[in-house]
Design a protein around this ligand. Sequence first.
Ligand SMILES: C[S@@+](CC[C@H](N)C(=O)[O-])C[C@H]1O[C@@H](n2cnc3c(N)ncnc32)[C@H](O)[C@@H]1O
Length: 220
Amino acid sequence: MIEHVAHPEWIDVERWLTETVVKPGPEHERALTTAQERGMPPIEVQPTSGKLLSLLVKISGARRVLEIGTLAGFSSIWMGQALPEGGHLDTCEYLPEHAAIARENLAEAGLQDRVTVHVGPALDTLATLTGPYDLVFIDADKQNNSHYLQWAVRLGRPGTVVVLDNAVWEGALLEPERDPANAPSIVESLELLGGPLFDATVVQTAGSKGWDGFALAIVR
Ligand SMILES: C[S@@+](CC[C@H](N)C(=O)[O-])C[C@H]1O[C@@H](n2cnc3c(N)ncnc32)[C@H](O)[C@@H]1O
């Protein structure tokens, strides 16, 4: 597993940007606190990225959103809040204990009717869902990234927005042997994003989660 290194100044800048620009609400803070108190790994997106997801939902006018990887529901809250009246988010989580905490956090945010947490391996859940989704956010087991991208195409339509988190992984995509469990799958998924199915880019980020990035794409 790769070590994520967060430089102190990256963290300070992220905190300043979060307080000055992003301005998370008590429901976002609560989701983070609950996750910490219940001993969940601190692997949710940064608040700056949560806000970006929320803006992408609004900018794209998405009404149906699919998330793969729920954890405590932090990113689900950001996206769920951005949905228009009648919109819906389906989010997939493998671990029942994570799903239970996410449901609590989503209910505290008033989103229990707008977000459905599906428990089980995402590949099983995805096979039960019906598209088209307008936006797909992928943030789960990296080994299945390419399968999730193929599902995004299957459950999407031309123009569906796809966001794939952890696309830079401390630069390990240039040296996948640094993290044999994850990096080769990340590279494979980026190659898929660079192929004919998608129109894509990758934005590098530096912050509390270290040096990373996200891929942003639309289905062709
Ligand atoms: C990085 S966390 C998600 C963070 C969340 N998107 C956020 O930003 O708040 C990844 C989550 O995916 C879940 N996960 C891992 N493998 C999975 C699988 N095969 N199917 C569904 N969920 C999975 C993990 O249990 C974990 O809760």
